[in-house]
Design a protein around this ligand. Structure first.
Ligand SMILES: [Zn+2]
Length: 267
């Protein structure tokens, strides 16, 4: 699943090619993804210029002057940038052509992604209005996490994966950040002291930034804004030795999600 670093890498890759370009054609091949794709999208976008591409949580927001194109990659989506026309595949649902001939394709086998239009302030869109602070932004600090975790019994891993608490920390990076901060993922959130909250915030930032850094230098085939980088320390390594102490990593499920940690290094 694309997580925040993959979305940011996608944004960084698209920005130099698409900002300043105008849409010349938009083709919808699928009427419904997670939400219906607005049938008027071709009419709304054709002739408009991309002024900027910004990210909020895992949403990509294309500033088109009089409104915004909102894109979420869902579970299996990605954006592919082509230098010219080619036959679409089965899962290529939306195609945007630009005035230099490049084509941006939205590909999504499971159709959990979102492609929609919003004419107001995108941060007030119902999908975005409730999202918490950006994990790489100035307001996500130890004091903040400490305050929102008081009297909460929910395991800390689930708290940091709650997009209302902090934007876009998915399962992989929650596992990795808790290992780095040496905090057990099943600790009730309210038991963390301020110093642990500060260390966890730092760890979240480090794992996300590390992955964005690796992703941006990652070889990208066929001009696909794809992802995948990073060798993970715990994610996907249940039963394998901890890189710090050598003990086998434990694997449990929390909130239905695979959770891997070291019972010796993480407290
Ligand atoms: Zn260990």
């Amino acid at each position: 699943m694309p997580e925040l670093p993959e979305v940011e890498v996608t944004r960084l890759r698209l920005e130099p090619y698409l900002v300043g370009r105008a849409f010349t054609q938009v083709v919808l091949r699928t009427a419904k993804l997670r939400l219906p794709v607005p049938a008027e999208l071709p009419f709304l976008l054709t002739g408009k210029t991309v002024h900027a591409i910004v990210r909020r949580g895992k949403y990509l927001l294309f500033d088109c002057g009089e409104g915004w194109l909102l894109v979420h990659l869902g579970m299996t989506g990605f954006l592919q940038l082509l230098t010219g026309p080619s036959l679409p595949g089965k899962h290529d649902h939306v195609e945007f052509t630009f005035d230099d001939g490049r084509i941006l394709r939205f590909h999504d086998p499971r159709k959990f992604g979102i492609v929609t239009w919003f004419s107001g302030d995108p941060l007030r869109h119902p999908l975005l209005a409730e999202i918490g602070p950006e994990p790489l932004g100035d307001t996500f600090v130890g004091d903040y996490l400490f305050n929102v975790s008081r009297r909460r019994k929910v395991p800390i891993k689930q708290l940091i994966m709650d997009s209302g608490v902090v934007a876009g920390v998915g399962n992989i990076y929650a596992n990795e950040a808790l290992y780095r901060a040496r905090i057990r993922p099943d600790r009730p959130s309210g038991t963390l002291i301020l110093q642990e909250c500060s260390e966890l915030v730092t760890a979240i930032r480090e794992v996300l930034e590390g992955s964005i850094g690796e992703g941006s230098s990652f070889r990208v085939a066929e001009e696909t804004a794809a992802y995948h980088p990073q060798s993970f320390k715990v994610y996907g390594r249940g039963g394998e030795p901890c890189f710090t102490c050598g003990a086998p990593l434990d694997e449990i499920r929390l909130g239905g999600r695979s959770t891997v940690f070291c019972t010796i290094c993480q407290r």
